[in-house]
Design a protein around this ligand. Structure first.
Ligand code: ZN
Length: 376
């Protein structure tokens, strides 16, 4: 099994699959899953959906096959595999596929595993949103994202993607004192948003999980030499802690903008929310968190740690849309996500397959004994 598991992962990592270009990896994965005993289909968006086993409960395993852009060639060094997506999130995805295939072979396993490998998690989350609108029928859900083999992710922050456009009157660049420079004005506004004290901003000594943070991710403007820039556009990525909704945080940002606008009457400012994802925390008392934590302990002989993360995941979207026990778990160090050093340790990957397997077996067993009734 181990050799097969490593082969599956290296093959997936050998196919470059940035968001929006998942066709090749989807075809490959669908074929591999068929060989492993899944019934496999692909939906209208290109999500690969496989089923093994039958009966109750249904356990939904969800991973993503896209990565951020930026090819990192595959290379194996000792017990590490380096490649784009090794951690985020082909390692967790391959581990879930292997675990589900293995579990389905056990005749003591009563239940069904619904495994989705979705598109565009790193971009628009279109993949998982589409699945939700089509209806997902399951009793439990596990998202395959790197938490580290010993940890279970139980909380993610929310996110606001914001575009702000500043416009000013222009003139000749040789007389800059006569005009407002839109680029400078936009940056000035950005600094006020960043430093605002009207919501808990990021004090490095505080727990970043509980703070609103903002990152200037893009700023463009200006047309030519000799012209004072009259339009600047910036994009902000704002992360929202569990104690707020994205609407509440946006309201605070709008107040800062209004104040800025009142002090800069010649500058026009327009803010547009491009996308929001609400923060989400799982019910830590859920049977799923219980079973997963005890599976970690059983496989690793160490207690599991529950993690709250500053990132945002597809779990937020499904967790808000459906009321079911849900959690995020997977091998890999998420600090390596999107970096040039992205790699996964093979032994950790293999151990996570055992944790997933143990979790699937135990969940199905306890569910069939009805031990979870009214507990979710
Ligand atoms: Zn991911």
């Amino acid at each position: 099994m181990q050799e097969q598991a490593v082969r599956l992962l290296t093959n997936l990592l050998g196919i470059y699959s940035p968001s929006g270009k998942e066709g090749d990896i989807a075809n490959f994965l669908a074929e591999e899953m068929k060989k492993l005993g899944f019934q496999v289909g692909t939906d209208a968006l290109g999500n690969v959906i496989g089923v093994v086993g039958e009966g109750e409960p249904t356990i939904f395993l969800c991973g993503h096959m896209d990565t951020v852009a930026g090819h990192l060639p595959l290379r194996v060094e000792e017990d590490k595999i380096f490649a784009r997506g090794a951690v985020d999130a082909k390692g967790p995805l391959a581990a879930m596929v292997m675990a589900a295939a293995e579990v389905a072979k056990e005749h003591t396993f009563k239940g069904k595993v619904l495994l989705a490998s979705v598109v565009e998690e790193e971009a628009t989350s279109r993949g998982v949103r589409h699945m939700i609108t089509q209806g997902i029928h399951s009793d439990y859900a596990i998202f395959g994202e790197p938490s580290g083999v010993q940890n279970v992710t139980v909380g993610y922050k929310g996110q606001i993607q914001l575009r702000i456009v500043c416009k000013t009157e222009t003139g000749h660049a040789s007389t800059p004192w006569l005009y407002d420079n839109a680029l400078e004005k936009a940056y000035e506004l950005w600094e006020q948003i960043k430093n605002a004290s009207s919501y808990p901003s990021l004090d490095p000594s505080a727990n970043p999980y509980n703070a609103v943070t903002a990152c200037l991710v893009k700023i463009v403007g200006g047309r030519a030499t000799s012209v004072v820039p009259f339009e600047a556009e910036m994009n902000l990525d704002v992360r929202v802690p569990i104690q707020f909704s994205t609407a509440q945080v946006f309201e605070q940002i709008e107040k800062i903008i209004s104040k800025y606008q009142a002090a800069n009457l010649k500058v026009s400012v327009k803010a547009t929310v491009l996308d929001t994802v609400e923060p989400f925390e799982v019910n830590k008392a859920s049977p799923l968190v219980h079973v997963l934590s005890s599976s970690v302990r059983k496989v690793l002989n160490k207690p599991a740690t529950l993690l709250h993360k500053t990132g945002t995941g597809d779990m937020n979207i499904l967790g808000k849309a459906m009321n079911l026990p849900i959690v995020t778990y997977g091998p890999g160090d998420s600090h390596l996500d999107h970096t040039l050093d992205e790699h996964i340790v093979i032994s950790e990957y293999l151990a996570s397959i055992q944790v997933y397997k143990e979790t699937l077996m135990k969940l199905a067993e306890l569910h069939s004994r009805n031990e979870f009734r009214n507990e979710s």
